[in-house]
Design a protein around this ligand. Sequence first.
Ligand SMILES: [Zn+2]
Length: 365
Amino acid sequence: MPGSVSAFRVFGVPVRFHFTFVLLLIFLIVVGLEGSQSALADVLFVSGLFVSVLLHELGHAVVARRYGVRTIEIVMFPIGGIARFEKAPKARHELWIASAGPLVNIAIAAVVFVSLGLTSGLKLEGIATLTDPKDSNLLERLALGNLILAAFNLLPAFPMDGGRILRSLLAIWKPEEEATQIAARAGRMLAILMGLYGLISMHFLLVFIAFFVYLGAAQESQAALGRTLTQGIPLRAAMISRYHTLSHGQTVADAARLTLETSQQDFPVVHGELVVGLLDRHALMKAMATAGGEAYIAGVMERNFPRLDPNMDLTEALTAMANTGPCALVMEGDRLVGLMTRENLSEFLLLRRFGMPAATAQAVE
Ligand SMILES: [Zn+2]
């Protein structure tokens, strides 16, 4: 995910931080400076919430794994985390995957409240004085924070988990794409209302959150539109079928010249009939800068290049391209039949959107 930095792994799932997460930390520090809590209590509270969000995302990841959907990464945003899956789960599986996160937060709150109740008799006054926080009610505040996390995430609008739950329920009696659009529309409406309310009532954190909700909802409906435009179309209909190849014995300078002479930026590297690698634009620039024009392609190309099957559904290719990189080779067994790039894919989507029928798309080869 662009704009994020890798941090650590939990159960083999990489956890990354989006740069906007830093904004949240700054905000919390500013708020903390004005509060009546000790600095230690503030740090514990923020860390506790952070761990709660992480456990929430792991809840999604664990249930997704039960349905055979791998989690590529967890990205921490200011309004929570996002578990990115390798493919879109089936609608009826999504119901459980989406519910798992908020359920984790409810479980944490329940455990804290029950154990507090057992040890000291539930201090209801502890909850009542939350507005005037003291260090002693740290656990109550954490439990309450988890309930707020669960409630916020259960709002029936994209990109919240509640939006996913809504979509999977709507998908029982509506086409999936329509269900997605309804949940995304709900998300945009919610974001606009939240933003307006935030502006009027001068709660700027709400405006901030509304902004992210809006972006998330727009992204979801965009992805859904992509799925509608590609479903049932084989990858070969959208791939680049006229292209140049480089020989592994050619030099980086040869590749640079070919980039200028043609409009191609990513090149399959062949050795006779055999495809041995891929030199994409990024690798070419890097090679120019570090190895120089004299270097052989064989030394700078990617040998473990991403490959796609020409008969795979374009919808799957869309997800695959989001994870692999800017360019993949389309291979039928060992035979190279085409190239697939992100630019090409978005061009295809644009043409489809402006009316190119699926049949024409499939006829073009
Ligand atoms: Zn969630």
